[in-house]
Ligand binder design. Structure first.
Ligand SMILES: Nc1ncnc2c1ncn2[C@@H]1O[C@H](COP(=O)(O)OP(=O)(O)O)[C@@H](O)[C@H]1O
Ligand SMILES: [Mg+2]
Length: 273
């Protein structure tokens, strides 16, 4: 029997046949505003509720903003930090003298800070969120896949179950975010779509190793005081929920270009990060 961790959202646990297998690395991907951060907050909050420890790396919002967003859904992050059950690593503000700030957005600094945090939290399993990974390769998207591999390999030894988010904007940054999907044990994709003048959100489990899972698209909502609420399976065609064919073609072209760049990269990251 694989041990599984609740995501904090009962319907998503059911879609996963009981939750996220312990020790897995999950890629949570999607455009901005689709619910990735809020899903990550649920995941950490569910752990804390069960007496598990958590590490939350935030690159796009400050620690204060993460705590405030969590409190909106009833997750008592400030108390958890105070008790020493949760460490929020702030990679945005980089405040001087704050032991849990990243001074630079490098993979090396990230891994070493997470290891510090894990040591501080003490023995045993912990949940880790990195929100988002895209921030670490903003200026070198070609490295996304290699960095993702290094991060997964280095952190897997530390008794962590990881949720790594990454985002792409369909119109602009085709280069971002396609790294972690290659190394992840599971992929949960969030989507949004304006239909009849109304913003609607969806999710689908695209991959989960070693387990059966629900393969339907589900419509979700984000509700004040609650967080993600699953409304039910959505009877959509694949085209409704996937990127348009023209965009996919561009992504594939960008990927090929990146792979070429990558094969020319000489930096050896495997052991020295
Ligand atoms: N307190 C709230 N009540 C209702 N909806 C909220 C609340 N806070 C955030 N949201 C919704 O969640 C969205 C942001 O979701 P988020 O998980 O941060 O997206 P991302 O995928 O970019 O991480 C907002 O655009 C808003 O629609
Ligand atoms: Mg976010």
């Amino acid at each position: 029997m694989i041990e599984r961790l609740t995501t904090g959202i009962p319907e998503i646990d059911r879609m996963l046949r009981g939750g996220i297998p312990k020790g897995f690395t999950i890629a949570v991907v999607g455009e901005p505003g689709t619910g990735k951060t809020i899903f990550s907050l649920h995941f950490i909050a569910a752990g804390i509720r069960n007496g598990e420890k958590g590490i939350y790396v935030t690159t796009e919002e400050s620690r204060e903003s993460v705590i405030r967003q969590a409190e909106m859904f009833g997750f008592r992050f400030r108390d958890a930090v105070r008790r020493g059950d949760l460490i929020i690593i702030d990679a945005l503000m980089g405040e001087h003298g704050d032991p849990w700030s990243l001074r630079e957005l490098t993979v090396e600094e990230l891994i070493s800070k997470i290891m510090d945090a894990k040591r501080t939290l003490g023995y045993g399993h912990a949940r880790l969120v990195i929100d988002s990974m895209s921030a670490f390769w903003l200026d070198k998207p070609a490295m996304a896949r290699k960095y993702s591999y290094v991060i997964k390999r280095r952190l897997t030894k530390w008794d962590l179950t990881m949720v790594l988010t990454s985002q792409y904007a369909v119109t602009t940054s085709l280069g971002f975010g396609f790294g972690i999907e290659h190394v992840a044990d599971g992929i949960i994709r969030f989507r949004k779509k304006i239909m009849r003048g109304y913003l609607r959100r969806f999710l689908i489990i695209e991959k989960m190793r070693q387990t059966d899972h629900d393969k339907r698209v589900y419509e979700i909502d984000i509700v004040d005081g609650k967080g993600i609420v699953v409304k039910g399976p959505y009877n959509a065609t694949r085209e409704d929920i996937m990127l348009p064919a023209s965009v996919i073609k561009k992504i594939i072209e960008a990927q090929l270009k990146k792979d070429q760049e990558l094969s020319m990269e000489t930096v050896d990251l495997d052991e020295n990060v």
